[in-house]
Design a protein around this ligand. Structure first.
Ligand SMILES: *Cc1c(COP(=O)(O)O)cnc(C)c1O
Length: 234
């Protein structure tokens, strides 16, 4: 109860910041989805966040997500936001509504095969490394992403819903803006191209930079620390 109260006020504070950023950008805040990132937090945090009204959740490891989410009741939407290894495609196909972190055609093909076996379709986002930081995953350039999309776009069990990035680890707001602006321009280009009927999601922004991401057009922000406090691991 105590914890739910704390989370409820943290959610309200984050929603206020989302609304303020949307307003600055002349956007409707209802066009921005808030994802609760629960990596590094126990299952109780998921339950409390759910009780406090959140329904969209993100984890960055398949195994941790399995431990925390497999036995939960339905009605919550779970996305993978960390790198997917091919040998985890089977587990991922049973667990996630969306994999946001597709960064190569081979992984998408493995995921498609497992989804096909289960008779399901899955939403995916393509991740672009917009910061140039080698520790970050994602396609390394717009050109590589477009090349990957050539084959990924043909995989019948996967619906390409949009793009995702992790901004640079930097205090330099201009760098963060340009990282997000880069993703947005690829997003607009692909959307204008018209070949992707479900293309509507621009996932960018975390606790430290979601307001900048909203100013640059994010439709989904991924927030952990600002909702739940600091993680012990990672
Ligand atoms: C951990 C993580 C987040 C959330 O980070 P916070 O700083 O805790 O808000 C968002 N996106 C990805 C890909 C992450 O790994």
């Amino acid at each position: 109860m105590e914890m739910v109260g704390t989370i409820t006020s943290a959610i309200a504070a984050v929603r206020d910041r989302i609304s303020a950023a949307a307003q600055r950008a002349g956007r409707d805040p209802s066009g921005i989805r808030l994802m609760a990132v629960t990596k590094g937090f126990p299952q109780q945090v998921v339950l409390d966040a759910r009780a406090a009204g959140l329904s969209l959740f993100g984890e960055n490891r398949v195994q941790e997500a399995e431990q925390k989410y497999l036995d939960l009741p339905g009605g919550l939407e779970l996305h993978l936001i960390g790198h997917l290894q091919r040998n985890k495609a089977r587990a991922a196909s049973g667990l996630f509504a969306c994999v946001q972190s597709i960064d190569r055609a081979e992984t998408a093909e493995a995921l498609h095969a497992k989804c096909e076996e289960r008779g399901r379709t899955m939403d995916i986002l393509l991740e672009l490394n917009t910061s140039g930081e080698p520790t970050k995953s994602g396609f390394l350039s717009r050109r590589e992403l477009l090349a990957g999309l050539e084959s990924i776009g043909r995989l019948a069990s996967l619906r390409v819903r949009g793009l995702m990035t992790v901004g640079p680890l930097s205090e330099d707001r201009e760098r963060i803006h340009s990282s997000f602006a880069m993703l947005r321009s690829v997003f607009e280009e692909l959307r204008a191209g018209g070949g992707l009927p479900f293309f509507d999601t621009l996932s960018m922004g975390m606790s430290s930079d979601f307001e900048i991401a909203i100013e640059e057009g994010a439709t989904l922000v991924r927030v952990g620390t600002a909702l739940f406090g600091h993680r012990e691991q990672k």
